[in-house]
Write a protein that binds this ligand. Structure first.
Ligand code: TAP
Length: 452
C-alpha cells in the first residue's frame, strides 16, 4: 500500500508538495525494470552511452536555475550553494561521460596463450541518499555507475525527494532508455532495505549515518553484496601558531557553518595552538557574528535553516548546557533556525568533541605541540576530513600524513572536487567515490585466458 509524505520547506514550514512513498512491491517492480533494462544498456556502443550521458549533462545544465530554486524549497539550502550543487551534477555527468570509452582491460603476458581482462558492469545498483546534499551525493554514485554500464535505482531521503525526482525527468528528456535510471521516493526501512535484501541488486551505495551504515553492511553480508559506504564525520580544523591567523579565522565559519553544519565534512572541532588561542578567538568572534543567516532564496544569505523540527531538537539536545563562548544570529518565526554557535568545552570527553552534531555548533580547544594536535585530531572513531593551517610546508605534510582521515585540506576547507577521490577512514566509510578510479567501484574484473 502506498503512503505519502508532505515535503516541508525548512525556511517557512510550508508544504511544498505531497509525494507518494513507494511500497516494497513498488520497489521490487522498479528493480525488475532496472534488471530488464540491463542487457540493452550494456549493449549500447560506448560512444553512444557517452553521448547519452553528455546529453543528460546538457539537460541538467539547462535546468540549473530551476533545480537550484527547487533545492532551496526542498532542503533550505542557500541559493548560492544550490546552484553549485546542480552544477556539480552536470560536471559529474560530463566527467564520467568519458568513462564508457576508457574502460579498457589489460592484456597480460602469460605462457601458452593470450590473457585479457574485461571491466564488466555489476548489474542493478541501489543508491541510498541522505537529506543533506540531495543532488551531488546522488550523482557521485549514479554518474559513474551509469557510465560503467550498470542500471540505477535511486532512493532520495524521505524529507528531500524533489530534486532527485526532477533529475529522473531530465534523464528521460535526455533520452536515457526506460529503466536505466529510476528515482523512487520512499522510506529507508522499506525501499532502502529492499535494495539490501533483493538478490537482483548487485551493489548498494549508501550515504548516511554510521549507525544505519553498519546495519546495511551486515545486511549486505548475506549475499556478499558489493557496498560503498559514506558515513559520519567529526572533523578537526587544526590551526598552528605559524598560520596566517586572519585567513584561518575568516575561513573557519565556512568550514563548519556551511549548509548549517549539516555536512559530513563540517570541521566541528577547531584545535588551536595555545600561544595563539586568544588572538584566534578575537578574530573568530566577529567572523561568526557576521554570518548572514536567513531566507535561503536571498543572494546574500550564507546560512539557511536546519532540515526539520526534529533535527533542531536533536542539535539543541546535544548542545545541552555546554558553555557557549559566543554565537551569531538567526531569524525568529517560522523555519527551523539555529544560530551559529561556538563552545569551549572544559573536558576532552565532552559530547561536542566526540559526537557528530550535524548542526551549526563548533567546539574550540587548545593544543600545545604538533604531536598533541595529531593525537587530538585522531581521537575519534571517524576519519572523513579535516584542515591544517600552517605556513610550514614540512609540518603541513607531516600532519597530513599523521591525521587518519580520507580528505585533508591545507590552508583551505575545500574537500570535494569531482575529479579527486573522496571517502572515509575508520567508521567514516568504506571505498572511495569521485575521481578517476570511481569506475572501478562499479565494475567487476573478469580474466579470460585463450590457449593458443
Ligand atoms: P540516515 O538516517 O542514516 O539516512 C540516510 C538514508 O538512509 C536515508 O535515505 C534513509 O531513509 C535511509 N535509511 C534509513 N534507515 C535505513 C535502513 N534501515 N535501510 C536502508 N536505508 C535506510 O542519515 P541522515 O540523518 O539522513 O543523514 C545524516 C548522516 O549522513 C550524517 O551522519 C552524515 O555525516 C552522513 N553523511 C555522510 C556523507 C559522506 S559523503 N560521508 C555525506 C552526507 C551525509 P529515510 O529517508 O527514510 O530516512
Amino acid at each position: 500500500m502506498s503512503t505519502t509524505i508532505e515535503v516541508i520547506n525548512p525556511a517557512t514550514e510550508e508544504v511544498v508538495r505531497t509525494v507518494a512513498l513507494a511500497s516494497a512491491n513498488e520497489t521490487d517492480a522498479a528493480i525488475a525494470r532496472a534488471q530488464a533494462a540491463l542487457p540493452a544498456w550494456r549493449a549500447v556502443a560506448p560512444a553512444d552511452r557517452a553521448r547519452l550521458l553528455r546529453r543528460f549533462a546538457a539537460a541538467v545544465d539547462a535546468d540549473v536555475e530551476n533545480l537550484a530554486r527547487l533545492e532551496v524549497a526542498n532542503s533550505g539550502h542557500t541559493i548560492g550553494n544550490a546552484r553549485w550543487e546542480a552544477g556539480n551534477v552536470r560536471d559529474l555527468l560530463d566527467y564520467y561521460s568519458a568513462g564508457p570509452e576508457r574502460l579498457t582491460g589489460k592484456q597480460i603476458p602469460v605462457a601458452g596463450g593470450v590473457n585479457i581482462t574485461f571491466a564488466e558492469p555489476l548489474g542493478v545498483v541501489g543508491v541510498i541518499v541522505p537529506w543533506n546534499f540531495p543532488m551531488p551525493i546522488a550523482a557521485w554514485a549514479f554518474a559513474p555507475a551509469l557510465a560503467a554500464g550498470n542500471t540505477v535505482v535511486l532512493k532520495p531521503a524521505e524529507l528531500t525527494p524533489l530534486t532527485a525526482l526532477r533529475l529522473a525527468e531530465l534523464a528521460g528528456e535526455a533520452g536515457l532508455p526506460d529503466g536505466v535510471f529510476q528515482v523512487i521516493a520512499g522510506k529507508g526501512s522499506v525501499v532502502g532495505q529492499r535494495f539490501v535484501t533483493h538478490p537482483a541488486v548487485r551493489k548498494v551505495v549508501f550515504t548516511g549515518s554510521t549507525e544505519v551504515g553498519k546495519q546495511i553492511m551486515a545486511g549486505c553480508a548475506d549475499q556478499v553484496k558489493r557496498l560503498t559506504l559514506e558515513l559520519g564525520g567529526k572533523n578537526a580544523n587544526i590551526v598552528f601558531a605559524d598560520a596566517d591567523l586572519e585567513r584561518a579565522a575568516a575561513a573557519a565559519p565556512y568550514g563548519v557553518f556551511d549548509n548549517a553544519g549539516q555536512d559530513c565534512c563540517a570541521r566541528s572541532r577547531i584545535l588551536v595552538q595555545a600561544e595563539v588561542y586568544d588572538r584566534f578567538m578575537e578574530l573568530f568572534e566577529p567572523a561568526v557574528r557576521g554570518v548572514v543567516v536567513g531566507d535561503p532564496a536571498a543572494e546574500s544569505t550564507e546560512m539557511g535553516p536546519l532540515i526539520s523540527a526534529a533535527h533542531r531538537e536533536r542539535v539543541t539536545g546535544l548542545l545541552g548546557d555546554s558553555p557557549v563562548a559566543f554565537r551569531g544570529h538567526a531569524p525568529d518565526g517560522p523555519g527551523f533556525w539555529f544560530p551559529p554557535t561556538v563552545v569551549t568545552p572544559a573536558s576532552r570527553s565532552d559530547v561536542l568533541l566526540t559526537d557528530e552534531v550535524f548542526g551549526p555548533v563548533v567546539a574550540v580547544v587548545r593544543f600545545h605541540d604538533e604531536a598533541e594536535a595529531v593525537a587530538m585530531a585522531n581521537d575519534t572513531e571517524y576519519g572523513l576530513s579535516g584542515s591544517i593551517w600552517t605556513r610550514d610546508v614540512g609540518r603541513a605534510l607531516r600532519v597530513s600524513r599523521g591525521v587518519e582521515a580520507g580528505n585533508l585540506s591545507v590552508n583551505s576547507h575545500s574537500s570535494v572536487r569531482y575529479s579527486t577521490p573522496f571517502g572515509g577512514f575508520k567508521q567514516s566509510g568504506l571505498g572511495r567515490e569521485l575521481g578517476p578510479d570511481a569506475l572501478d567501484a562499479f565494475t567487476e574484473t573478469k580474466n579470460v585466458f585463450i590457449g593458443t
